[in-house]
Design a protein around this ligand. Structure first.
Ligand SMILES: Cc1ncc(COP(=O)(O)O)c(C=O)c1O
Length: 249
């Protein structure tokens, strides 16, 4: 959506190549020029699930000109367990040239309510307030967001559930030559390059069992599917279905 919103306001969107499905600080720096105003990064990224470690993110900010705004999308922060990772908010809390994005769509489970928040310098907030439509976050969404913040038990339970199932699914898939990213957010990017059945056929077969995985071709990623971690019965159905698809190949 960053690409789309930026284009709507007439910005020229420039992409920097990832290395091995991972953001490359060097490649970003190579693409930056005098006209660059904002650098966007989702950390962890969707749909790759890869992320920059704290020191790499700090390095990116150091290498960028001070006048360039760095926007860090922390959407999946709550799921992160790697000690080398740190959220954009933790790292850049007092930086005037970093803006942080957070959402209630992930760990808080309020995706369709369209509610999230941003953290940054007063000047940026004032500019946002000048252009934001009135009532852009509706009352129901605000009330739900407030309630969800109180429910820390749900958050702890969900993080635990996600970690347990991500590891379990990743391990099971490796046994049938489906490889994916290191466990990070609440999804896995499944790669079918080492398999006898391609991503497209697997997607169709899973669909017949009621399981919808995200084809990643529109992201420019071939022969992969993104799997979001579900509830216990959905995850069990997925494992049973994928094993049966690959049973006789
Ligand atoms: C990196 C990232 N940021 C943000 C979002 C969505 O956030 P919101 O629902 O608040 O627009 C997603 C969801 O797909 C995402 O993957």
């Amino acid at each position: 959506m960053y690409r789309i919103y930026a284009s709507i306001v007439g910005a020229k969107v420039v992409f920097s190549k990832e290395k091995n499905f991972r953001v490359s600080v060097d490649n970003i720096i190579k693409k930056v020029n005098k006209k660059t105003k904002i650098v966007f990064i989702a950390n962890p990224n969707n749909p790759t699930g890869t992320y920059l470690e704290k020191k790499e993110l700090v390095n990116l900010r150091k290498k960028l000109n001070n006048k360039i705004l760095l926007v860090v999308d922390d959407a999946y922060d709550e799921y992160m367990k790697d000690k080398n990772y740190s959220s954009g908010l933790n790292i850049f809390k007092n930086k005037k040239n970093v803006f942080i994005l957070r959402t209630f769509s992930k760990i808080y489970g309020l995706a369709s309510l369209r509610v999230g928040w941003g953290y940054g310098d007063r000047k940026i907030i004032d500019a946002l307030n000048m252009i934001k439509p009135p009532f852009n976050v509706n009352k129901i969404a605000q009330l739900c967001a407030i309630e969800s913040l109180k429910d820390s038990k749900f958050i702890t339970k969900s993080v635990k559930h996600n970690l347990l199932w991500s590891k379990k699914i990743k391990n099971s898939l490796e046994k049938i030559n489906i490889f994916c990213n290191k466990v990070s957010a609440n999804f896995l990017l499944l790669n079918f390059d080492k398999c006898k059945i391609n991503a497209n056929s697997v997607e169709k077969k899973l669909l017949k069992k009621g399981l919808i995985l995200r084809d990643t071709k529109t992201y420019g990623i071939e022969n992969c599917l993104r799997l979001t971690i579900g509830n216990n019965s959905e995850n069990k159905l997925f494992l049973k279905s994928i094993k049966s698809i690959f049973k006789n190949v």
